[in-house]
Design a protein around this ligand. Sequence first.
Ligand code: FO1
Length: 310
Amino acid sequence: MKIAALAGGVGGAKLAQGLAEILNPADLSIIVNTGDDFEHFGLYISPDVDTVCYTLAGIANPDTGWGIAADTFQTFTALTRFGAPNWFKLGDIDLATHLERTRLLDQGESLTNITHHMCRKLGVTHSVLPMTDERVSTWVDTEEFGILPFQEYFVKYRFEPKCKSFLFKGIDEAEPGEQVLETLIGSDAVVICPSNPFVSIDPILALKGVRETIKRKFVLCVSPIIGGNAIKGPLAKMFLEFGYQPSPQAVIDHYQGLVDCILIDPDDNGEISSEARSSIMIHETEILIPDIAGRVRLAKEILDLIRIQL
Ligand code: FO1
């Protein structure tokens, strides 16, 4: 059974890891958001790709979910001594990823090939596919500061500004990554990982041909909202800023008919409308997956649900 998983940052990477533990590399590909990518200190930084790769490699910082476990920050500290920007923390080991990726990009390598190469060097055998090899960047139009690049909204301003809308610059011109559409077409099911629908999954769905391709598949989603709150990050706040109560129902509505099955926390079942119940499968389970055992357990449940459908 071939699965294509869509993932953004920390939350999505955790489920991707659970799926990677139980599926062979030939049966699981992870398509990752690159809208968070940005240039910093002249380096091309791809946070969600790195978070997925590091998590699958078992080297991600377990507390933050991003960066590398036990990394040091001597270079970062030395930079701040010069008064350099200090809002985006770059670890010494993490810096090697950004330096080497930037060097290979400057040599004309694609982000897809660079990611494949780095994953293999990190011992990751599953396919981690950047959603596109072209530049697509997420910007957030905010009440307080106007349009901000995603990382400034998310990290520099700690996602405190009030969101008005999102912009995926370059999305109309960009082609999906060279293997993205063929992976989706060749999959038996698509798993939307518990990432932020607005800024981690929507950029992937907005790429030419992606939503139409996915619509023809069995699509299973793990709710990124539990009990009205996001597990991590700004999602609940974003839903409220757009006038929605944060709930799995808001997630179902956001994906506009794309989802055939959603996994939710049992406490959230009352939030689901009767209309939604009549059109999609609601599966109650523990969706908080703080450790590898939980990630594997949830991944196994997902495969069982998909097998019932196929
Ligand atoms: N997120 C933060 O909140 N603060 C940081 O200093 C930070 C540094 C950082 C460095 C490398 C990297 O790959 C990710 C990093 N992130 C940081 C997370 C990043 O903002 C991601 O875009 C989020 O995880 C959302 O996907």
